[in-house]
Design a protein around this ligand. Structure first.
Ligand code: UT7
Length: 330
């Protein structure tokens, strides 16, 4: 393989996929004791896209987003040296999602692997790909975040079922010596219990009602909320200090879309106007590792990013607990 360029990667193509089915807050209010008013006020979410059974799988959504990103980049897919798919809700344990994406986009020269880092998965995959680019091992990479969270959502639990939606987003990166890039990733495994989902396939475990409940997303919402509003501004400040960039110089803070109030609180802590914090949570809900690339796609389509001249911070957080932040031109 050539080592023609050894630098971090610029985003040159973006794509996303959202299932056709939409579930509104009023739809949810027919299933659990909640209301449009409560969900809107506490989360900022008005609707979410929910995968259609037997139509939308994590694989199919990842493929659709990836195809659009490769088409948007306008490159020969044979140039892609690496595909990383982030997902915490794959429909198959293997073959890995990235191999399915590789076949679908005809990126026959790419190495493939998946990452599971829950909601921070896309940024984790992005940072991983950046380091492969920087090492000179590859010149182009495809990074995907794809989630079918509704398969793991307990639609009798009003504390969680109002939050999540399904979808996928993808980016193509091209090594570019001119690019500004920096990143920090952190983890606190000792605080892991507030967000948990167990797999069904465990030998010797009695399939009690309690166990079956543990196969859905279990969350202590308040603990996760406090974690996010404390650690996200801190990691962004640390990243900006490391990079020698002030918050005022950043055009966009593109945060994991988990809760509008979390994003508002981060903006306040960073003393930055809310206009710098793009949001689409109203339409998509929390799509875990797909949330940032879906938002990036929307921002490129409406011209907020894409000329390579915007300074953006991407930051995500979630189960683990894990959290991260990236600074890049976009
Ligand atoms: O991707 C990262 C993963 N997760 C997150 O980022 C989630 C972070 N946490 C949150 O977004 C918020 O904690 C929630 C939106 C989940 C909950 O909001 P909250 O303001 O923290 O509500 P709460 O859990 O403190 O509950 C307040 C009240 C309770 O009633 P009582 O005990 O005060 O009578 C809940 O039972 O609201 C009740 N409640 C609801 N009421 C109507 C909880 N869920 C609902 C609901 N509709 N859906």
């Amino acid at each position: 393989m050539s080592r023609s360029i050894s630098s971090y990667g610029r985003v040159i193509g973006i794509g996303s996929y959202l299932p056709k089915n939409i579930m509104t807050n009023d739809d949810l209010a027919k299933i659990v004791e909640t209301s449009d008013e409560w969900i809107t006020e506490r989360t900022g979410i008005k609707q979410r896209h929910i995968s259609e059974a037997l139509v939308d799988t994590t694989e199919s959504m990842a493929v659709e987003a990836a195809k659009k990103a490769v088409a948007d980049a306008g490159i020969d897919p044979l140039k892609i040296g690496l595909i990383v798919v982030a997902s915490t809700t794959p429909n198959v344990l293997f073959p890995v999602l990235s191999a399915t994406v590789q076949a679908a986009v005809n990126a026959d020269n790419a190495m493939c692997f998946d990452v599971n880092a829950a909601c921070p998965g896309f940024v984790t995959a992005f940072v991983t790909a950046q380091n492969y680019l920087k090492s000179g091992m590859v010149d182009y990479a495809l990074v995907v975040g794809a989630e079918n969270l509704s398969n793991y959502t307990d639609f009798t639990d009003r504390g969680t079922c109002i939050l999540f939606g399904d979808g996928a987003g993808a980016c193509v990166l091209q090594a570019d010596p001119e690019l500004r890039y920096d990143a920090i990733m952190r983890a606190a495994g000792k605080r892991r219990e507030c967000l948990r989902c167990e797999t069904y396939m465990q030998k010797g475990v009695e399939k009690t009602e309690e166990f079956l409940k543990s196969n859905y997303i279990n969350m202590d919402g308040q603990t996760v909320f406090k974690f996010a509003v404390t650690e996200v501004p801190r990691i962004i400040e640390d990243l900006l200090n490391k990079a020698g960039v002030s918050a005022d110089e950043v055009d966009y803070f593109i945060l994991h879309q988990a809760n509008r109030r979390i994003i508002e609180s981060v903006a306040k802590r960073l003393k930055q106007p809310l206009e710098k914090f793009p949001m689409n949570i109203e339409k998509t809900g929390n799509t875990s590792s797909a949330s940032i690339p879906i938002l990036l796609d929307e921002m490129k389509k409406d011209g907020r990013i894409g000329d390579g001249k915007k300074k953006a911070v991407m930051s995500s957080f979630g189960a683990g607990l894990l959290w991260n932040a990236v600074l890049t031109d976009i």
